[in-house]
Design a protein around this ligand. Structure first.
Ligand code: HEC
Ligand code: HEC
Length: 237
């Protein structure tokens, strides 16, 4: 009856269930080890980079965690990582909360920012936004003159033929941003194009309803031009 290969379905189920149980126990064990290692790390001051400890100062997180991608002073090397320097403080708070609540779900945001923001406290979010918004704005880069000229027209005048409004109307005459309208001056062109595509083609940035309407008529060429102009824009004196 109980021979190994009696072939009874009930027996097979039991074996499979037991195997699952052991597997889960194993998983649970490895998770406990990771958690224990994490907790131990929290007690070492030099390991205070631990996300999820509300006692770690925002500035420490900025310098030890965020800086790896966004740069120590919020100016990043790779265009995959947006510049945060001199970004509007309320905008930074809103975006961090939106990553944390899984509102902003564009693929790079989901991949990179959901985990990082998951356990930030409101105080840490306020402090991180204060730190990055108070850094010097990114310097403008040089760019292709033809693109810049076309981009400047869109930024300052919009596109009359299809009712695209001037970007400067909301983002400021110098692209400096204010309140919920982000700074665009000095931002990486690749990042700007990517976000314009997100607004135009998806609902992955639910706080960006205004931008969805505005990006609606932009062609890939329009996007490239305006992004080149913005990346080249030097901070207003
Ligand atoms: C491993 C890399 C990485 C780290 C570390 C990281 N970020 Fe990010 N962050 C990204 C990427 C990639 C994006 C762009 C997401 C997108 O395209 O939607 C981003 C986007 C953001 C944005 C939105 C910017 C905008 O212009 O809308 C904010 C704000 C932000 N990060 C803050 C932080 C803060 C604060 C920390 C530290 C607690 C941090 N990030 C750590 C990769 C990172
Ligand atoms: C009516 C006001 C308004 C106008 C006009 C406007 N924007 Fe925006 N824009 C916003 C708001 C609000 C946001 C923030 C959206 C969010 O919180 O998700 C934003 C966000 C953006 C972002 C994302 C920035 C980041 O760091 O992720 C880009 C890029 C952008 N706008 C480009 C443009 C361009 C280019 C134009 C002109 C063609 C333009 N905007 C015109 C209101 C406006």
């Amino acid at each position: 009856m109980n021979s190994y290969d009696d072939g009874k379905p009930a027996h097979r189920v039991t074996t499979a269930a037991r195997f699952e149980h052991v597997k889960r126990k194993g998983l649970y064990f490895s998770l406990s080890l990771i958690v224990a290692a994490g907790l131990a790390a929290c007690n070492l001051p030099e390991r205070s980079r631990s996300l999820g400890d509300p006692n770690v100062a925002a500035k420490t997180l900025a310098l030890q965690v965020c800086s790896n991608c966004h740069g120590v002073q919020g100016v990043s090397v790779s265009p995959n990582f947006p510049n945060l320097a001199a970004q509007s403080q309320p905008y930074l708070v809103e975006q961090l909360k939106s990553f944390k609540s899984h509102g902003r779900s564009d693929p790079a945001g989901f991949e990179y920012m959901w985990g990082i923001s998951a356990r930030l406290s409101d105080d840490q979010i306020d402090g991180l936004a204060a730190y990055f918004s108070s850094q010097s704005p990114p310097p403008g880069k040089s760019g292709n003159q033809t693109l810049l000229k076309e981009g400047q027209k869109i930024f300052e005048q919009g596109i009359v033929a299809n009712n695209t409004p001037a970007c400067s109307g909301c983002h400021g005459a110098h692209g400096e941003g204010i309140q919920q309208f982000p700074r665009l001056a000095g931002q990486h062109a690749d990042y700007i194009v990517k976000q314009l595509m997100v607004f135009q083609r998806t609902d992955e940035r639910p706080e960006g309803v205004m931008m969805k309407g505005i990006a609606h008529e932009l062609t890939p060429e329009n996007m490239k031009n305006v992004a080149a102009y913005l990346e080249a824009m030097a901070p207003a004196q």
